[in-house]
Design a protein around this ligand. Structure first.
Ligand code: CMP
Length: 143
């Protein structure tokens, strides 16, 4: 079953939209297999955003993601990586369509409410950075 890593960023947690974001993915039909509210240590943030290391906004990005608690999640379901990104909307909330998470809740590219893995390789890497195997639930068939 395909899995993805999603994270409500500090702006989303502080604006109390965690529940609404979780509800959107639940209602879509995806299954939550891991979740935790956590403060990200700086080294972990630098590892997570390693591909952006050379970007001018890297320092700002790491400062922001470590500025308050985030809600880290693993979700599973068919095509969850691409579908979750559609549900999130474009990276810059100013271009994100209404009805998407960033379109409805975000204003600026730096504070864009949510992060989601962009490929199967990123999903595997990011899940491994944030979660231990034993923190992920296994669903058995309901009887
Ligand atoms: P995310 O999907 O978490 O992945 C990388 C993040 O970099 C992205 O969301 C944005 O929040 C952030 N980002 C992209 N461009 C800029 C920018 N120009 N200034 C600050 N942050 C940015």
């Amino acid at each position: 079953m395909e899995k993805t890593f999603l994270m409500v960023k500090p702006d989303g947690v502080q604006r109390n939209v965690v529940g609404e974001i979780v509800a959107r993915f639940e209602k879509k039909g995806f299954q939550l297999v891991g979740a935790k509210l956590m403060s990200i240590p700086r080294e972990l943030a630098e590892e997570h955003y390693g591909e952006h290391k050379e970007r001018p906004f890297f320092g700002e990005l790491v400062d922001f993601i470590t500025s308050g608690p985030v809600f880290a999640m693993v979700w599973q379901g068919e095509n969850v990586i691409a579908t979750a990104r559609q549900m999130m909307g474009t990276t810059n909330p100013k271009d994100a369509a209404p009805g998407t998470i960033r379109g409805d809740f975000g204003l600026t590219v730096g504070k864009n409410i949510i992060h989601g893995s962009d490929s199967p390789a990123s999903a595997e890497r990011e899940i491994g950075i944030f979660f231990k195997e034993e923190e992920l639930a296994e669903y058995t068939k309901l009887i």
